[in-house]
Design a binder for this molecule. Structure first.
Ligand SMILES: NC(=O)c1ccc[n+]([C@@H]2O[C@H](COP(=O)([O-])OP(=O)(O)OC[C@H]3O[C@@H](n4cnc5c(N)ncnc54)[C@H](OP(=O)(O)O)[C@@H]3O)[C@@H](O)[C@H]2O)c1
Length: 319
């Protein structure tokens, strides 16, 4: 079975490539920069040049493909780029998939996308979901709220580096997932026929508010977070002048979804059905507190080694 993967260099995509190779799939990745994607080749994937914004670069890579996993997206602030990648790019992927009659098209979407038509990315995600469902292409759609990995730069690093951390009074409760688990779900779905033509809501069992994540990081790091309470209104203004602040990059992901933060809606997927259909037990899925514990232990050990053991005496109180 030849599996075509887009977004293989991304946070989730690389875990999907790794899991697919571990499970014996022949993996072909469409990449924009072969040199930057060389690690995927070293793992055993075939690399083919392609760019969603240049449709003519895509058809060749579809030869002999049995299934496709699309983990590509753009984080560009440029609306034209966003539309070219996350709308027109996906339309072309669907056309080509139909043409070569793929047995499965796995699309990765965002939880509650249907409720935010005024956010371009959400609107396009929901639009592609609808088109895919009516396309006749066998599909599986996974919907996530967010990944553990993004929380490292959003919370853990600013706390460790004692950088200001913006918090808002309004904060939805969100169920995040580790990308390794999300990748495992994707690959497993290919071998379970009941997942065909299904939308699978995906997350871990526990959901978190940002204040709870900060408290967890404080406990595990032994550092007090330098939080700054700001209103959603101020964050929207900051977004306009974001380049002026050193912490701007750290919060860029949150700023991109400021309208979502403004909402009281929670992002808690109905995971029971997904776990059941994929035959996964909740205890097999990593929880955020365990993920952060491992991260802080590793970081604090590294810092201790760099400091020649000088902070060893602090360690017991830190962990
Ligand atoms: N991150 C989240 O919290 C979250 C939440 C819900 C759903 N999702 C969805 O999950 C999927 C994976 O997200 P992620 O956070 O892992 O994404 P990511 O880390 O930003 O990776 C995006 C990938 O898309 C590729 N890409 C960008 N523009 C491209 C183009 N023009 N042509 C071909 N490939 C292009 C990138 O390749 P380069 O290496 O060349 O840039 C990269 O491999 C996406 O569909 C996303 O919408 C993510």
């Amino acid at each position: 079975m030849t599996l075509l993967i887009l977004g293989g260099t991304g946070t989730l995509g690389r875990q999907i490539v790794r899991k697919a190779l571990e499970n014996g799939f022949q993996v072909r990745c469409i990449v924009r920069n072969k040199r930057a994607a060389n690690f995927l080749k070293e793992w055993g994937a075939e690399l083919v040049y392609g760019d969603l914004t240049f449709p003519e670069t895509l058809p060749l890579s579809f030869q002999g493909v049995t299934a496709i996993i699309d983990a590509s997206t753009t984080k560009s602030e440029d609306n034209t780029e966003l539309i070219n990648v996350d709308w027109y790019g996906k339309l072309i992927l669907m056309e080509l998939s139909k043409y070569v009659r793929v047995q499965r098209f796995i699309f990765l979407s965002i939880l509650n996308s249907e409720n935010y038509p005024y956010i371009t990315l959400m609107q396009m995600k929901f639009g592609i979901e609808k088109l895919l469902k009516n396309s006749g292409i066998p599909f599986t759609i996974f919907k996530y709220a967010g990944f553990f990995q993004a929380l490292i730069s959003q919370y853990a690093i600013p706390i460790l580096e004692q950088k200001p951390l913006l918090i808002t009074l309004e904060s939805p409760t969100i169920s995040y997932i580790d990308t390794q688990d999300a990748a495992f779900f994707c690959i497993k779905s290919l071998s379970i026929k009941e997942t065909k033509n299904k939308i699978l809501y995906t997350g871990s069992s526990q959901a978190w508010k940002s204040g709870e994540i900060i408290s967890l990081c404080e406990k595990l790091s032994g550092q007090k977070a330098k939080t700054q309470l700001v209103s959603i209104f101020l964050l929207k203004v900051v977004r306009q002048i974001t380049g002026a602040f050193e912490w701007s990059l750290k919060i860029s992901d949150r700023l991109a979804f400021i309208e979502v933060l403004n909402n009281t809606e929670n992002f808690i997927p109905a995971i029971e059905y997904t776990y059941k259909i994929l035959e996964i037990k909740p205890k097999e899925v990593l929880e955020l507190d365990f993920y952060f514990r491992e991260y802080f232990e590793m970081m604090l050990n590294t810092l201790e080694n760099l400091n020649g053991g000088q902070i060893r005496n602090r360690k017991t109180s830190i962990i």
